[in-house]
Write a protein that binds this ligand. Structure first.
Ligand code: SAM
Length: 276
């Protein structure tokens, strides 16, 4: 018998994958968690019915949320990730030899456990790197009461529902600004420019209120709604459009050319920044 899984991406559209095996399903204290082995994208993490990452296309999102800010900053040493319990972002961060400490703050311990057990490819063992610390707590509270400062903060969150709602607020971006060093940079994943237009408009306005430099950039992620994904960058000093990039990292999507081109926005996305 063939098994198919559908994520309802909008009330009127879904993405459907043929499932080889269901590796785990559980209700955690925060969300419904599943790891599915699919024929097209390999193993896949699903939270509350929404695809979070897959073995086949994870590199695109994780490289783009990480390398754009880390290569915009001249010398990032301390990096904080909010969310990202699958470890894919941390795997990209530890590729930077200058990083001396990377802290992952994930609210749901079950995500970290399930990914270590069923999706070890996503983190590639990076969560065990001696520079990495995993803290299980609410990222909102962590940033609010943070005593140290980071050069980079990455908000690798779920969609703005449940525990992630507060991760898209003005207050949170202000707390992030305060937790960043004087040349600090933050990037938040900000959903699809096709389906989440109001969210992108509001996040842009909120980040602009706090950061001198605000930029939106895009990447194509096949398993995310509409296939086109956005990231919002807030920077205290450095502009990702004005930096020369010479690093030669081991990547499959990110490159200095892709870095530059990801900020070139098609008209229907550019208009979101103009308040249209
Ligand atoms: N790449 C993904 C995407 O855009 O679909 C995000 C993946 S990562 C699994 C998202 C993580 O954020 C989840 O594991 C979730 O538990 C975590 N999360 C949600 N709200 C959080 C909060 N307030 N503090 C820390 N982590 C949070």
């Amino acid at each position: 018998m063939e098994l198919w899984y559908t994520e309802k991406q909008t009330p009127h559209l879904g993405i459907t994958c043929q499932v080889k095996e269901t590796l785990c399903t559980r209700m955690t204290a925060f969300q419904e968690l599943a790891v599915l082995d699919t024929l097209q994208f390999g193993k896949m993490l699903v939270l509350d019915g929404m695809v979070q990452t897959t073995v086949e296309d994870e590199f695109i999102y994780h490289e783009m949320i990480t390398h754009v800010p880390l290569l915009t900053h001249p010398n990032p040493k301390q990096v904080l990730v909010i969310g990202g319990g699958d470890g894919g972002t941390i795997k990209q961060i530890v590729k930077h030899p200058g990083v001396s400490r990377a802290v992952l703050v994930e609210i749901d311990e079950e995500v970290v456990k399930a990914c270590k057990e069923h999706l070890p490819e996503i983190s590639g063992g990076a969560l065990e790197d001696s520079r990495v610390e995993v803290i299980i707590t609410d990222g909102l509270k962590y940033v609010e009461s943070c005593k140290e400062q980071f050069d980079i903060i990455l908000v690798d969150s779920t969609e703005p529902v449940g525990p992630a709602v507060g991760l898209f607020t003005q207050e949170f971006y202000q707390n992030i600004f305060d937790a960043l060093t004087p040349q600090g940079i933050m990037v938040a994943q900000t959903e699809s420019p096709f389906y989440n237009r109001d969210l992108i408009r509001s996040v842009t306005k909120r980040v602009e209120k706090v950061f001198p430099v605000t930029r939106l950039y895009l990447a194509s992620v096949p398993t995310y709604p509409s296939g086109l994904w956005s990231f919002t960058l807030g920077s205290k000093v450095h502009d990702p459009l004005k930096v020369e990039i010479f690093e030669d990292l081991d990547t499959r999507y990110y490159s200095p050319e892709v870095h530059r081109s990801s900020f070139v926005l098609p008209g229907f996305t550019k208009e979101l920044l103009e308040g249209k």
